[in-house]
Design a protein around this ligand. Sequence first.
Ligand SMILES: Cc1ncc(COP(=O)(O)O)c(C=O)c1O
Length: 375
Amino acid sequence: MFTPRFAIWPTLPLDIHFRTESTWRPFPLNQENCRIFSRARQAIWSACIALDLKAGDTVLVPAYHHGSEIEALLLAGLKVKYYEIDGALAPDEATLLPLLDKQVKALYLIHYLGFPQDGAYWRKWCDDRNLLLMEDAAQAFLSTKEEIPVGSHGHVAVFCLYKTYGIPDGGAVISIKPPAPPRLTAETGNWRILKRHLNWVATKRGEVGFLHGLVKPALSWWKRQRDRPHAEFEMGNPDTPPALMTTRLLPKLLNEVTAHKRRRNYQYLLDHLGEMVPRQFVYLPDGACPFAFPIEVENARPFLERLRQKGVLGLLFWINPHPTLPVEEFPRSRFLRERVLALPVHQELTEYDLKRIVSAVQESRTALPAQVAAV
Ligand SMILES: Cc1ncc(COP(=O)(O)O)c(C=O)c1O
């Protein structure tokens, strides 16, 4: 009954406030043209305005997306045209080429779960067509490809810092024309810090995990009652800076071994649950800093519930696309949305925690092993 609980979001150790600051500043934080907002969507919106993209200019965007990035582009006055991803999650050139016309000004490239796309190839593809490359590294902060940081090839690149470290918020952007820094007064972020600390304790103490398990469904239900449809895509005020706690704690959290620890955890899960992993994610490329560990299941919702009862809070990520997506026209993206669950790999997990996650997944597994259909 008193089971520790593991969520995909990085937790925050209690001693963090007493640690010394790291002098290490990874890309893009070491770039002079880097700006930090509260959320990546605000960074995307601000970058579009700074780049002087005009109302009606069109961005080619993937049908497999979070939704908030699409909303930010639309709120910046741009149009979007959807393209399908290929079997390796890269833009499917066959679906890209017919979309090109005079209004198309940019290609939007997402680095899924921290797995690097071929940024150099897509930059050349864009240069050959006089387009901007917008790299979405929301899930790929600290990832590199051939020792070059993900996001280095784009005219614009965005990153979510809070997906890698247990801070309240933080959406970084670098751009050939950097936006002005956000001007609103920063919130403290204390409440979200408390939640991250509690999540950390819940991975260690079954009693706290148990309480977490009781409170979380009630909170989620309450949130759902209050939420407007598509609230998860809303931008808020694009002038919002990161919380004070983000600015204070990030230098204490930045660590050169974070990516290595995430990779090690990913590999552990791969060694034990490899047959459940969608084929696009079965090989962890050198330099990737994985955001989460994906498994593919046929009945995702009941599977998630069984996992939850065993203390693992998986995420059926991207189940809801942006409402402007004609879902039926993009079967590969739809397939991934409906069947891929994300499990934790963050750097605070111990080998003991990983063992528990593996057991929870194995026990929750339905009779039929997940099949990766050839989509
Ligand atoms: C691919 C991608 N882009 C952009 C965003 C937006 O990030 P934020 O929630 O910080 O605005 C997300 C959020 O999950 C995302 O997954």
